[in-house]
Design a protein around this ligand. Sequence first.
Ligand code: GLN
Length: 308
Amino acid sequence: MIDQRLQDDLTVALEEARDIGWGEPADYLRDVQGRDNNALAAAVCTTEGEVVGVGDHDRLLALQSVSKAFTYAVALQECGLDRVLAYIGVEPSGEAFNELSQHADGRPFNPLINAGALMAQALVPGETLEEREALLLERYSALAGGRLEVGEEVLAAEQVRADRNFALAHMLASSGMLTYDPHEVVQGYLRQCSVEVTTTQLAVMGATFARGGRNPVTGERVFDERVVQQTLSVMLTCGMYDASGSWVTQIGIPAKSGVSGAMLGVVPGALGLASWSPRLDTHGNSIRGLDLFRRLSDRWDLHVLRHR
Ligand code: GLN
């Protein structure tokens, strides 16, 4: 049964966000997303498995950088916390998402900027690109409760604009952090960025985190609770790149954004909240998504540090 209050509040927040007409989609995705510039969707999934979507919630969008949180969780689950910490830090970088930033010992600052996301991709076990991708897709799909695939059109656009990611992967290689070809690391990363979901599926992925790693719709355990705690911690401190501080103070929930205009928030023990609008601000975060999250965080008292 659909919770009428969730539905009503989501609809109101969505319509208020629709009034914002500024901000441009990422230029290199314009051809792929041209028809979607005004797309707008929001969805929520509770830890009881109740799902509500409004607007364009059943259309496909690319995960882009939201995938960084999921691949980090896979690396943690497969390699263990100590090994992952030896390769990827947990400090906000305060820099743009694609900055060439790393600690003096070579570790990228955190897994949610590109340098750290490439490192997380490189930690995913498997002999080949195909094996690693099969594991990632299987875990992503379990999070969403439905089969997810790489979007070939988005992938093609990513591949022609990958110079910066190649530079980052070579930076990691030059620090001795990689055990295989940096170009293959980039391919794996671009493919994970191109995995497509609906906004509703994204909300279910968030709700699986909110429920400590168990999908509330299918009942499947996808990640251990400790893995989820670690992932949500970096989402809270680093998920919005160099806008992470203002995000935490204003909205106050672990979250991750993507250049497609996707946004995912997790309220532990309560719900996953997802939005999609391709119009971006200068940090690469969705403008309407920010507005929507701000309104719903206030309306539903979501800030995790609020005095209770
Ligand atoms: N594929 C994009 C990149 O690596 C993802 C970046 C993002 O979503 N912010 O540049």
